[in-house]
Design a protein around this ligand. Structure first.
Ligand code: PLP
Length: 379
């Protein structure tokens, strides 16, 4: 047996930072250095004291500025990431019946978490094939509408828009913005809950959920908590609300995660805020999709240009190129996590375009992919 031989990329084709994963994603070195510098008086200190509470405070204030949240909107946070937030929503946001757009792994997962809840009616699930997204349908029997801003598994983005003619009080709009928040433009008047975790555009680690909530969402949280419905305390949004207002979490958070997120938020705000971050993602998307469209052996997976994600791109290859081989060769050169979403089962690479990722590194990456394609084993 001999070791597998890998193609070695010339130095000028190795991106300065080789992290292109869609989540967890690149954490900027400057943020890690700032964390190390702050560590002696920050890590290992009480989350009930000012050193940590001030970081939570900054996160809540900076998110309010970043998204231009109107008066009365509040930023809640808790532990467990987006997946746990779905369970929190099952108890604390959905009254009886929800409608879900399911067009990939993540949006389908929320729908199935709801489907299993004995205290709720069966959800209305509207599906469309991978690589597309369906539209909401106003329905008087539905009290919450759920969809992702960006379906990370397929690289499809959707507009955040209320269903036609539905008031917030009648149907809350719950947007899974885990991969979209901080990289895609959004109008906060169009959502009631815009929730996410910090390991994507916010270039931090996983394990937290953050939810920007409208007054209608807060009223729903308070009403359901007071309704006598049993809610496990660790995912009780009314308890999270109470703690968030004090710049705390109900139980102990990961302090490093909070710090890195605060750092990324400040980095985005210093450069010009959401419009700056979204423009940077637009530029990165143009680099990757422009290349794929012009390629004779590759093409964007998502057919409609307006639905192609500007935070993570999915690129299909024709049968003459083995995308798994490409991803493995890139990995052997320390360029990591370009593999397509496992369960999608396509001959595809998936490349994150989050704000922390340098557009120049994406330009280098596509040249590296072309270099590898020319050297691919024939079959
Ligand atoms: C990554 C992701 C999730 C899962 O987030 P966790 O923090 O791992 O629970 C959910 N939804 C979307 C759209 C995602 O991109």
């Amino acid at each position: 047996m001999t070791d597998v031989e890998h193609v070695r990329l010339p130095a000028e084709l190795v991106p300065a930072d080789g992290r292109f994963g869609s989540g967890p994603s690149k954490v900027r070195d400057e943020a890690v250095a700032a964390l190390a510098a702050a560590a002696p008086t920050y890590l290992g200190t009480s989350h009930r004291q000012p050193a940590v509470k001030s970081v939570v405070r900054r996160i809540r204030d900076d998110l309010t500025s970043l998204f231009g949240l109107p008066d009365g909107y509040e930023v809640l946070l808790g532990l467990g990431g987006t997946t746990v937030f779905w369970d929190a929503a099952v108890f604390g946001l959905i009254e009886r019946r929800s409608q879900h757009l399911a067009f990939g792994e993540f949006s389908a997962k929320f729908a199935s978490a709801v489907a299993g809840a004995p205290h709720l009616d069966a959800p209305e699930i509207i599906e469309s094939p991978p690589g597309t997204h369906p539209e909401l349908v106003a329905d008087p029997g539905v009290d919450a509408y759920a969809f992702p801003h960006n379906e990370t598994s397929t690289g499809v983005m959707a507009d955040v828009r209320r269903p036609e003619g539905v008031a917030a009080e009648d149907g809350l709009v719950l947007v899974d913005a885990t991969s979209g928040a901080g990289g895609l433009r959004v109008d906060p008047t169009q959502f009631d809950v815009y929730y996410f975790a910090p390991q994507k555009c916010f270039a931090s680690d996983g394990g937290l959920w953050i939810a920007c909530c409208s007054p209608a969402a807060i009223a729903r949280i308070e009403r359901l908590a007071a309704s006598g419905r049993w809610i496990p305390p660790s995912i009780d949004l009314a308890i999270a609300l109470e703690n968030s207002r004090l710049d705390q979490t109900y139980n102990t958070p990961a302090l490093a995660t909070l710090f890195l997120m605060a750092h990324q938020l400040e980095w985005i705000l210093e450069h010009g805020g959401l419009e700056w971050a979204a423009s940077r993602c637009d530029r990165s998307a143009e680099i990757v999709y422009g290349w794929a469209e012009a390629h004779d052996r590759a093409q964007p997976f998502v057919a409609k240009p307006a639905e192609r994600s500007h935070v993570n791109a999915t690129i299909d290859f024709d049968e003459s190129v083995d995308a798994n081989w490409l991803a493995a060769e890139l990995r052997a050169n320390a360029v990591v996590d370009t593999e397509s979403y496992r369960k999608l089962g396509r001959n595809q690479l998936r490349i994150a375009l989050y704000p922390a990722i340098e557009p120049d590194d994406l330009a280098t990456l596509i040249r590296a992919i072309d270099y590898l394609i020319e050297r691919a084993p024939r079959h």
